[in-house]
Design a protein around this ligand. Structure first.
Ligand SMILES: CC(C)(COP(=O)(O)OP(=O)(O)OC[C@H]1O[C@@H](n2cnc3c(N)ncnc32)[C@H](O)[C@@H]1OP(=O)(O)O)[C@@H](O)C(=O)NCCC(=O)NCCS
Length: 178
């Protein structure tokens, strides 16, 4: 069973291993490439949580190493809105890690963080992420033109949201943009 836990100093090597994958490094805004940068990345997760800005946690199975990462960023405390993101280590993909992580992130966002609406977006040519969103109960809300910027290129984006009142089930698995 997957669960979320805080990133720990001892996870720095695992984090570097995850970001050594070009695809992940391409999509992420802050890419640690040294042990010191990985430690700083982990410290930043803790700092953002302490500041109430975002909670980023490792997805693990039992007492195992991090398999992935999920984050809930508070985009509007005034309106109770957050932004969810996730990634899975290349060696742990296709095993439901991101789906479980996104569901747990939603529980965290609606529960501990007291948010009402959680949003997320994926480039249209990322059907795996679309499936994760849908399986975690994030309803499709349309396409936003060139919303996401990766590697200097802008991408049309499938936008999803889940409300605190939405169950995780019942979202059709048809990919956005088809
Ligand atoms: C997208 C990503 C998070 C999925 O993580 P994961 O842990 O493998 O996801 P899950 O196992 O929970 O589910 C993925 C599903 O999408 C499917 N999938 C993956 N790539 C796919 C593709 N190109 N086309 C269609 N389906 C795809 C998988 O087969 C799986 O479905 P299945 O269980 O029926 O086999 C992972 O590939 C990743 O980290 N990518 C890089 C970062 C990223 O894109 N993050 C999301 C940003 S919006």
């Amino acid at each position: 069973m997957y669960r979320l836990r805080a990133w720990q100093p001892g996870d720095a090597g695992r984090l570097l291993s995850a970001f050594s994958e070009p695809l992940l490094a391409w999509q992420e805004p802050r890419v640690p490439t040294t042990p010191a940068e990985a430690s700083a990345w982990i410290d930043r997760c803790r700092d953002l949580a302490e500041q109430g800005k975002a909670v980023g946690l490792a997805v693990v199975e039992g007492d195992g190493p991090p398999l992935g990462h999920v984050q809930v960023a508070v985009t509007s405390r005034r309106h109770g809105v957050g932004w969810v993101s996730y990634w899975t280590h290349a060696d742990a993909r296709g095993k439901g890690v991101a789906t479980a992580g996104a569901r747990l992130a939603a529980d965290l966002g609606f529960g501990e963080l007291g948010l009402y609406r959680l949003e997320l977006g994926h480039r249209l040519n990322n059907p795996g992420s679309c499936l994760v969103a849908r399986r975690a109960g994030f309803r499709p809300e349309g396409i936003e033109r060139q919303k996401l910027l990766y590697g200097g290129e802008r991408f049309d984006t499938g936008t999803h949201a889940r409300l605190a009142t939405d169950p995780p089930e019942g979202v059709p698995e048809t990919p956005c943009g088809t």
